[in-house]
Design a protein around this ligand. Structure first.
Ligand code: TEU
Ligand code: CA
Length: 531
């Protein structure tokens, strides 16, 4: 069912880097491009062949780079354009790809376009943003408060779906479309191989009808960016906001010439009642979301994005796994459940060593705008202790703590003072410890990704679920021609699992099994070829 182009993309394994927190090369406590360059072999050895770099453009960092002040220049703390050229070169020399994070919905209010726009109505940039004499509706910002902000200089209100410093661009203005096309072209000329596109659905609004996303011109805008001769070959993944298969087809079925794939988010609600409230759930919940999407997307020429972590989400292992006694087992079992499915794997930094959520005793230790806003809101009704419990659980800081390369002060991330506190469990959970352990999560990922790369069944092959909906385990098969593989993932309790066909000795297993059938320990998994 998959087109040639999409078959190729199933071989991409994308490692997401949050540059601020990955590796600091110069001791200022902030991760940077030279830091990323120094770790390219670590990423490649894992088995990834592409890097998605969160925004690395000039920014005042009100939302850590998602407030861009210049799309064609590098953030001061991250380095220079020469560093970027070197990074692209370093990746390409290793046969790896670069995916940049494009933020087309809004710019920083420091951006030249906004600075000009606010000067007045006869300015060439006047219509780059949404300006009104009075808020035309009661939209709220994603981070709390009204989405409309009065600007003294212009004497009007502008729209900000996110922070006050992130003004929404007016895509109805053809000059905005052109300006963003120029940004894309600039990076394609530099050698960038793809883009992750921030809140893509937001760029098309329908203001008179109070629709803040998925407006009528959305597909026209996406094509303007990625359906051109110069951009059609790119790998593009949109951060969308739809769980509707019809919409998903419109966004990224191959024949549409729009996006390559889109992040579907419903499974990210596993293990929580809302963003800041945990809910006890079994791996079964995750399994059911995933199998649902495998089946729905398989009917089309679609690529599904396989991910359970990113820079906005508290780590999944702490929500539906056991991040203490069975951290290794949960991390590896979940990896087998997710990354051997049909689609494109995205691994978030630290996931490959089973990084859990962190814990702090004071709100002063937090950085994320969303967490600080939520803290204020919850404090109106909850005690300090109850509030902190919520923030610790749901904070976007969780995945943003400096990468723990080792257990020393600075965690091998920096020789200076890190911009955000070290992860509260960094002394225990870090790369050095993981690699020294008898059972290493990183090495399990290596084996898994190698198996995936070596056998077409796991990339272009078909997916079929074998376990019954009521089973407390997950068995699926991936098949390419005569080559058939079974993936067996147990959940929380010990179980006896009997496959309906004979298998060879497992090629991959987290606890060293020698047979695919039999009694599985909690979170045990095995991958074996059918005979
Ligand atoms: O996030 C978009 C988004 O939909 C947010 O509401 C997301 O759910 C959020 O992080 C709430 O927890 C993207 C980026 O991934 C995020 O880091 C940015 O803050 C946001 O866009 C604005 O650019
Ligand atoms: Ca630095």
């Amino acid at each position: 069912m998959l087109s040639e182009k999409y078959k190729e993309f199933t071989k991409w394994v994308i490692y997401q880097v949050y540059p601020r927190s990955f590796m600091d090369s110069n001791g200022d406590g902030i991760g940077d491009l030279q830091g990323v360059i120094s770790k390219l072999d670590y990423i490649k050895d894992l088995g990834a062949n592409a890097v998605w770099l969160c925004p690395c453009f000039k920014s005042p960092n009100e939302d850590n780079g998602y407030d861009v002040a210049d799309y064609c220049d590098i953030m001061d703390e991250f380095g220079t354009m020469e560093d970027m050229d070197q990074l692209i070169d370093g990746l390409h020399k290793r046969g790896m790809k670069l995916i940049l994070d494009l933020v087309p919905n809004h710019t920083s209010t420091d951006h030249k376009w906004f600075q000009e726009s606010r000067k007045g109505k006869d300015n060439p940039y006047s219509d780059y943003y949404y300006w009104f004499d009075a808020p035309p509706n009661d939209w709220e910002s994603s981070f709390g408060g009204s989405a409309w902000q009065y600007d003294e200089m212009r004497g009007q209100y502008y729209l900000h779906t996110f922070t006050v410093g992130q003004a929404d661009l007016n895509w109805e203005n053809p000059a905005v479309v052109k300006a963003m096309q120029d940004v894309v072209d600039f990076w394609v000329d530099k050698g960038c191989d793809g883009f992750r596109i921030d809140v893509i659905d937001c760029i098309a609004k329908d203001l008179p009808n109070d629709k803040d996303r998925m407006g009528p011109r959305l597909h026209e805008y996406i094509r303007a960016l990625f359906g051109c001769e110069k951009t059609a070959h790119l790998f593009t993944v949109g951060e969308g906001n739809t769980n509707d298969i019809e919409d998903i087809v419109l966004h990224c079925a191959a024949e549409r010439g729009e996006l390559s794939t889109i992040f579907i988010f419903d499974h990210m609600e596993c293990g929580r009642a809302d963003k800041f409230t945990p809910k006890k759930e079994s791996l079964k919940t995750l399994r059911d979301y995933l199998t649902g999407w495998q089946e729905k997307t398989s009917k089309h020429d679609l690529l599904y994005s396989l991910f359970i972590e990113n820079h906005d989400q508290p780590q999944m292992i702490s929500r539906i796994g056991n991040d203490r006694e069975l951290r290794y087992e949960s991390a590896t079992d979940i990896a087998a459940m997710v990354f051997l499915l049909k689609g494109v794997p995205f691994i978030y930094q630290g996931q490959e060593i089973g990084m859990p959520v962190a814990h702090y005793d004071s709100i002063d230790e937090f950085n994320d705008v969303e967490s600080i806003g939520a803290y204020r809101k919850y404090r109106e009704t909850l005690s300090e202790e109850e509030t902190l419990e919520k923030i610790n659980f749901g904070s976007r800081d969780n995945p943003r703590h400096p990468m723990a390369w080792n257990g020393t002060e600075g965690n091998g991330f920096t020789t200076g003072k890190p911009w955000l506190l070290p992860h509260s469990r960094a002394a225990e959970v870090n790369v050095e410890n993981d690699l020294a352990a008898d059972r290493s999560i990183y090495r399990f990922y290596q084996e898994l990704l190698k198996l995936r790369a070596d056998n077409d069944a796991f990339t272009t092959g078909d997916f079929e679920v074998i376990s019954a909906p009521e089973d407390d385990f997950f068995v699926f098969i991936r098949t390419a021609g005569d080559d058939k593989w079974a993936v067996v993932c147990n959940f929380e309790e010990e179980r006896n699992i009997k496959l309906p066909f004979e298998c060879e000795e497992p090629a991959l297993s987290n606890l060293g099994r020698d047979t695919a059938d039999g009694t599985y320990a909690p979170y045990e998994c095995a991958v074996a070829r059918a005979r």
